[in-house]
Design a protein around this ligand. Structure first.
Ligand code: PEP
Ligand code: MG
Length: 369
């Protein structure tokens, strides 16, 4: 690449950084992603999706945990997961070197971790035909059937999973706190922020917080590590009761993917091919609301939550970690609403920095952060 061009881009980025009021973080779940995002100028991690850490070899442990009927089976799975999670977080904290890291407690659609029902039914039939003892297969089939959901995206996800499966969130909170303490003991710094997904009622958050605080106090001791606890705002009810929720949250992060899904009642996974073309044709929107924030509807939920959250808790930290965090027009909107940061995928960090700077210039301000 032409050196003059590189210098020009650098000058523009430096100029934008001097102007912007929004901080720019990244969505990253691995040390490698975190490192890449830092090279692009990310100032923290705004969303570490921990469910991504449970795929591959660890999927089986999660399956065992979810389906466990006895406490000792569950505890064995949690005990196996704890050191793996601790190592995940140590890697990320080391990479981020004292920048804030928002770790979201596990938020999987359950069906991604359960064996498919059809497969289990086939296993039972095959074993039966062979004249084998099918008791174990049948028990597994029955357990998965009990957990089967027609609408997994509206089902046992996020905080609901944490409330239903004893020890799951506790294991993650312990891993986060222990990782932070380990990094501090080796001479580094760690600023963990624990984020609870899919909260719709303050009571859900209070329940998780009470358990988390006990674990954090026990692990952190006199290490000097501070752990914030906050929540995603991604269910419309959370936005509308933000004043209550702020009482139990040190920060909010808007999950505009789910907020758009539940605000419009559009399935994130299905709509694009099915009927969006007609909506575009009719001019109901000019661009998918999953790409660019719908200011009138979903955006209004964001505004309400920001205002009511801050009224209840002055200084409440506000961010956004949905896909919209890297969309130029949406970044301008989040600046207008007065959020503290946007978080986007590593490759979109430079665009977000640039647009956050432009948003200040376009709104007539010249204030720097
Ligand atoms: C969101 O809903 O906007 C979000 C960031 O969470 P996820 O995409 O993981 O559901
Ligand atoms: Mg979400």
């Amino acid at each position: 690449v032409d050196n003059a061009l590189v210098r020009a881009v650098h000058r523009i980025m430096t100029h934008a950084d001097g102007k912007r009021r929004l901080a720019v973080r990244t969505n990253a779940d691995t040390g490698a992603d975190a490192a890449r995002a830092r090279r692009f100028g990310a100032e923290g991690i705004g969303l570490c999706r921990t469910e991504h850490m449970f795929l591959g070899d660890r999927r089986e442990l999660v399956e065992r945990l979810i389906l466990a009927r006895a406490a000792d089976e569950r505890e064995a799975a949690l005990e196996a997961l704890l050191p793996l999670q601790r190592a995940d977080f140590v890697e990320i904290f080391r990479e981020m070197d004292g920048l804030p890291v928002t770790v979201r407690l596990i938020d999987p659609p359950l069906h991604e971790f359960l064996p498919p029902l059809e497969q289990l039914a086939v296993n039972v039939a095959v074993a039966q035909e062979r004249g084998e003892d099918v008791a174990k297969e049948e028990a597994l089939l029955a357990a998965v059937r009990r957990m089967h959901e027609e609408n997994p995206m509206l089902g046992l996800r996020g905080v609901r999973l944490g409330l239903v499966i004893p020890g799951l969130f506790a294991m993650q909170v312990r891993a986060i706190a222990e990782a932070a303490v380990a990094v501090v003991r080796e001479g580094g710094t760690a600023c963990p922020e624990i984020m609870v997904p899919l909260v719709g009622a303050v009571q859900e958050l209070e329940t998780v917080r009470a358990e988390a605080e006990k674990i954090i106090a026990e692990v952190v001791g006199d290490s000097g590590v501070e752990v914030l606890i906050g929540t995603m705002i991604e269910v419309p009810r959370a936005a509308l009761t933000a004043g209550q929720i702020a009482e139990a949250a040190e920060f909010f992060s808007f999950g505009t993917n789910d907020l758009t899904q539940m605000g419009w009642g559009f399935s994130r996974d299905d709509v694009e091919g099915a009927f969006f073309w007609r909506y575009l044709e009719l001019g109901i929107f000019g661009i998918s609301p999953f790409e660019s924030i719908d200011r009138d509807g979903v955006g209004r939920l964001v505004r309400i939550a920001a205002e009511e959250g801050r009224a209840a808790r002055p200084g409440l930290k506000l961010g956004i970690c949905g896909e919209h965090g890297g969309d130029p027009d949406s970044v301008h909107f989040f600046h207008e609403v007065g959020l503290d940061y946007v978080s986007c995928s590593p490759f979109r960090v430079p665009v977000a920095r640039l647009e956050a700077g432009r948003a200040v210039v376009e709104s007539g301000g010249s204030d720097s952060r």
